[in-house]
Design a protein around this ligand. Structure first.
Ligand code: FCB
Length: 463
């Protein structure tokens, strides 16, 4: 294969791969780990496809040396993983379980030994169940416990880790978890879901303070902003898109990067957005300067105007905002049924940098696709659709950089096939296949493609 059409990036650009604790680790009872909301959710019949759970997952907890070796051979600069709060604090607060931290200690040492920069996320959705029982993200105290947990992690690993991500996609934690109910803890609520969004932002801000106090290096947050397109040019559809902008994007970007709460909250949520969960001074805590912004991008959203799903305000959820998702016609859809629209990636990045002039440098902390992979009789996975997806999105990213967006690196989602939340093991995002019967790892063609891209990048900048 020639290198003619490989996307090109500036010198010093990082290539990485990403995973998350509950999706790959398994070993849910090992070394004193406590239960998380995802253990509870996945063990509740009917909530996860095929009844799958993260009990074993990829058994990365025991097989991490093999996975680090896969990363080393891939040639990545950095590896994004997440730390499981319930391993570090089994009930979410109080005593620190050093045996849980021992695992990350070993992992970090193995990565450094392999020449790979560790980039942990402190929260990728596995809230300790005991904290959920006390209100979860609806409660302000969860944000305070998150700060204490952050302090414990940085005290143990801060000597070797110099890049930290506080939260992964708080949109999903707050709104899929507490409003749609398709993620743990599976609630469908209004004001409490908006409170959850606020407390997640507060938790981020309090964690930033802890990391700064510990002189921990570079600190950022990972968001999943959506490129939102109105279904038509009508005023009603454009207004629906504007409401969706607030739900998906402004809720996070305005307090983090513009020192304000979204101006149109009352239009979007009416009496649900009563602000009862906010206190004076919160905006200052939330909006502290960051060293980088992580962006996860997969697909754009198209929305149209329509009626509220629930007429009774007492039963209305925070995602019920008269903006109804529409299908994209004439484009390929992945195994997630997500439309493949790479140019939306470029547009999103350009648009965000224009709307928020104070954005810090960006890392793409996730991008990838689930495909219907097949193992060939020769024992290979010829995942050409995934390669096309990655290639097209990396070209779209390179175009954004050429147009002036400051992007410093890219992490493919995911190193391994893994537990894809409510879709269980059926949806495969890995560039390495995992056989869930034997737990054997098999690099797919996309793994070798990515390896070649990284080699090409290095050769270009050496020469
Ligand atoms: C993101 C999540 C990640 C993974 C991908 C497909 O929303 O952060 O854990 O599930 O989607």
């Amino acid at each position: 294969m020639s290198n003619d059409h490989l996307p090109e990036f500036p010198a010093g650009f990082w290539f990485g791969a990403a995973t998350a604790s509950y999706q790959i680790e398994g070993a849910v009872h090992a070394d004193g780990r406590g239960p998380s909301i995802w253990d509870t959710y996945s063990h509740t019949p009917g909530l996860v496809l095929n009844g799958d759970t993260g009990d074993v997952a990829c058994d990365h907890y025991h097989r991490y040396p093999e996975d680090v070796e896969l990363l080393r051979r891939l040639g990545v600069d950095a590896y994004r993983f997440s730390i499981a709060w319930p391993r570090v604090m089994p009930t979410g607060s109080g005593d620190v379980n050093q045996r849980g931290l021992d695992f990350y200690d070993r992992l970090v040492d193995a990565l450094l030994e392999a020449g790979i920069t560790p980039v942990p996320t402190l929260y990728h959705w596995d809230l300790p169940q005991a904290l959920e029982d006390a209100g979860g993200w609806r409660s302000r105290s969860t944000a305070e416990h998150f700060a204490a947990y952050t302090r414990a992690v940085v005290a143990r690993l801060g000597d070797r880790i110099r890049h930290w991500i506080t939260l992964n996609e708080p949109f999903c934690s707050a709104f899929l978890g507490y409003a749609v109910g398709r993620h743990a803890p599976g609630a469908r609520e209004g004001t409490p879901a908006l409170a959850a969004a606020h407390h997640l932002l507060l938790a981020h801000g309090l964690a930033v303070q802890e990391l700064r106090a510990a002189d921990a290096g570079e600190v950022g947050i990972t968001l999943n902003p959506d490129r939102i397109l109105p279904a038509s040019d009508s005023a009603a559809d454009r207004a629906a898109a504007d409401r969706a902008e607030t739900l998906h994007n402004r809720v996070w970007f305005d307090p983090l990067f513009a020192g304000r709460y979204p101006a149109n909250e009352a239009d979007v949520w009416g009496e649900l957005a009563d602000g009862s969960y906010r206190r004076d001074g919160d905006l200052e805590i939330i909006g502290q300067p960051l060293d980088f912004l992580g962006i996860n991008y997969y697909r754009p959203l198209k929305v149209a105007d329509g009626p509220l799903t629930e007429a009774d305000p007492a039963r209305r959820t925070a995602v019920d905002i008269r903006a109804h998702q529409q299908r994209f016609d004439g484009v390929r859809h992945t195994a997630m049924d997500w439309p493949v629209v790479p140019e939306s990636f470029t547009d999103l990045l350009l648009d965000l940098t224009e709307r928020y002039p104070n954005l810090p440098p960006i890392y793409i902390t996730e991008n990838g696709s689930a495909e219907h992979d097949v193992v060939s009789p020769g024992g290979r996975v010829h995942d050409t659709d995934r390669i096309a997806y990655l290639n097209d999105h990396l070209h779209a990213l390179a175009a954004a950089i050429r147009a002036g967006v400051d992007v410093r690196g890219y992490f493919v989602w995911s190193l391994l096939d893994n537990f894809e939340w409510a879709f269980g093991y059926e949806r495969r995002f890995g560039i390495v296949r995992v056989d869930y019967d034997t737990l054997e790892r098999l690099p797919k063609d996309s793994y070798f493609w990515y390896q070649r891209l990284i080699e090409h990048h290095r050769a270009r900048h050496r020469g």
